[in-house]
Structures are given as structure tokens and as C-alpha cells.
Design a protein around this ligand. Structure first.
Ligand code: NAP
Length: 279
């Protein structure tokens, strides 16, 4: 099995690469910008193909596809995992903020999939797993740009699942809740005893990715109880809005911007409201 994981230099991507490497006959292709991190992981795994690339570069998808084709001649699993948090409220980040996060969290996933789809179709039964978020099903204040990118990814993935079924390419969706990683430290949640339990592990998400990819599940929340969040949103919208708009205790920030994390507002814009129940 040849499996390509984007965002393999840290967090969920690295955990997924480690998990997939335990599958019989697995050979990994690791993609991210930090080559030294990927090479260290490849060494730990006893060898892997390393492709250092910025996925927002226009030429990256074609270069990655050519390298996978040349080195392996097939692809059994593509895990579109690379991503980053947004820049906070629309008042602060504006259209530029939305555009920047869409470019990484949505456009780059679509473009890499486009470049690799011919190879995936030639390698059937093969699979694609797109790593979205619970924030791809429910929104919250100060994470509109992130939610927009993940809602887009979720909708596109559901359509692609239906379209590619007849070609033998399974398309699965993984929707993680809070996981403390480099890009998503979840400090506010982790630092409070009351909310620490909400934060899950990279390994749980990696197992969900295996479910969606190798066990061909259409959709997996990770951990599973997060599936209840969009149910509450659908059944009782006012209750949901009260819960995510009702102060910072249950509406922690996920951004890495220190100004945003400190809750300071540099230019007279509105203070950052709590983003809600999922990163
Ligand atoms: N952690 C959470 O709470 C959470 C919750 C729901 C969904 N997710 C999703 O899970 C995925 C993984 O996030 P994570 O928590 O594991 O975060 P992370 O530890 O910060 O990992 C993000 C990965 O994406 C890569 N990346 C970022 N920008 C890139 C670019 N321009 N080109 C290529 N690679 C790039 C990073 O590698 P380099 O910096 O080396 O490029 C890194 O390997 C994301 O899609 C995220 O939205 C996370």
C-alpha cells in the first residue's frame, strides 16, 4: 500500500503516518514544508518518500504527482490533512484572512486531489480521506474564516464521495474535535480542569483516518461523541447559539495569534468572542 499524508511534519498528520506505517506492506509518502521534520519521521519509520512542498504553491500538486508516479507508479491512499487555524474575526482578518485560509484548507486539498486523481483511479480500490473539522458543520464567532474553509471541504468531499464511487475511489471525511497540536494548542481548554476532557489525542484522529481510508467509512467524527454537536445545532439552534455565545468558558480560542489569544483588540474592532465547540 502506498499512502500519501499531507501535513505529516506534526500533529495529526505525523500520528497518521505512524499509524499507517504499521499496516502490512505500507510505504509512506510524507508531504509538508519542513523537510527536516519529514526526514526525521521517515528515519523513525524505517524509510519513506519525503516531499517538501508548500501546498499553496501553484506548481506543488503537479510536482508531487510526478514524484509519486516516478517513485511508486501507484497511490492507494491520499490523506489531505495539512491545514491551519484562521485569523480570528472577520472584522480583524477581512477578506484577505478568509482568502489565505481558504487557499490552504480548501484550494490546496482540491488541487492536490485533482493532480493525483488519475493515479488513484488507476490504483483502485484506492481511497481519499479529507480531514475537515467539527467546525465544518457548525460555526462560531472568531472562526468564520476557518469554518468557511472546512464547510467548503465538507460539502465538496460529500459530492466527491458520490462521484468517485463508480470509479472505485472511496472518499471519506474525518471531522476532528479539539486536539492539542502545534498549530492548535487549545491552551484555554487544556489549562482549565473543567474543559480539559474535551481535548482529544492525535492518535484517536489517526484511527478515524484509518477507518475512513482503509475501512472505507464515509464519515467519522473523532472522537465519536462530537457527532452530537451538529445534531444539537440542527435540533435546537437557539440553544446552540446560547452555548457558543455565552462567554469564554465553553467557547475557547484556538488561534495562534498572541494578540487574539490575549483577547486584546489592536484597532478598535470588536473583542474576540469565544469560537465554540470545535477547532
Ligand atoms: N488540532 C485540532 O484541534 C483540529 C481539529 C479539527 C481539525 N483539525 C485539522 O487537522 C489537520 C491537521 O492539523 P493539526 O492539528 O495536526 O495541526 P498541526 O500540528 O499544526 O499540523 C499542520 C500540518 O500542516 C502542514 N502545513 C501547514 N501549512 C502548510 C502548507 N502551506 N503546505 C504544506 N503543509 C502545510 C504543517 O507542516 P509544515 O509547517 O511543515 O508545512 C503541519 O504538518 C488540519 O487540517 C486541521 O484543520 C485539527
Amino acid at each position: 500500500m502506498i499512502a500519501l499524508v499531507t501535513g505529516a511534519s506534526s500533529g495529526i498528520g505525523a500520528a497518521t503516518a505512524r499509524r499507517l506505517a504499521r499496516e502490512p506492506g505500507a510505504r509512506l509518502v510524507l508531504v509538508a514544508r519542513r523537510r527536516e521534520r519529514l526526514e526525521a519521521l521517515a528515519a523513525e519509520l524505517g524509510g519513506a518518500t519525503v516531499i517538501a512542498a508548500d501546498l499553496t504553491d501553484p506548481g506543488a500538486p503537479a510536482r508531487i504527482a510526478a514524484e509519486v508516479e516516478r517513485e511508486h507508479g501507484r497511490l492507494d491512499l491520499l490523506v489531505n490533512n495539512a491545514g491551519a487555524p484562521g485569523r480570528g474575526s472577520f472584522g480583524r482578518g477581512g477578506w484577505a484572512g478568509v482568502q489565505a485560509i481558504m487557499a490552504l484548507n480548501f484550494d490546496s486539498q482540491v488541487r492536490l486531489t485533482e493532480a493525483l486523481l488519475p493515479l488513484l483511479r488507476r490504483s483502485v480500490p484506492s481511497a481519499i480521506v479529507n480531514v475537515a473539522s467539527v467546525a465544518g458543520r457548525v460555526a462560531r464567532a472568531s472562526a468564520g474564516d476557518y469554518s468557511a474553509s472546512k464547510f467548503a471541504l465538507t460539502g465538496w468531499t460529500e459530492a466527491l464521495h458520490l462521484e468517485e464511487r463508480r470509479h472505485g475511489v472511496h472518499v471519506g471525511l474525518v471531522l476532528p474535535g479539539f486536539v492539542a497540536t502545534e498549530g492548535f494548542p487549545q491552551r484555554e481548554l487544556v489549562n482549565r480542569r473543567l474543559t480539559r476532557w474535551l481535548v482529544s489525542s492525535e492518535d484517536k484522529v489517526a484511527e478515524a483516518i484509518v477507518d475512513a481510508g482503509l475501512r472505507r467509512k464515509a464519515e467519522r467524527y473523532a472522537p465519536r461523541p462530537y457527532a452530537l454537536v451538529p445534531v444539537v445545532r440542527a435540533l435546537a439552534p437557539p440553544l446552540y447559539r446560547r452555548a457558543v455565545g455565552g462567554g469564554r468558558r465553553f467557547t475557547p480560542g484556538t488561534a495562534t495569534n498572541p494578540v487574539q489569544e490575549a483577547g486584546r483588540v489592536p484597532d478598535g474592532h470588536e473583542p474576540p468572542a469565544g469560537p465554540g465547540p470545535a477547532s
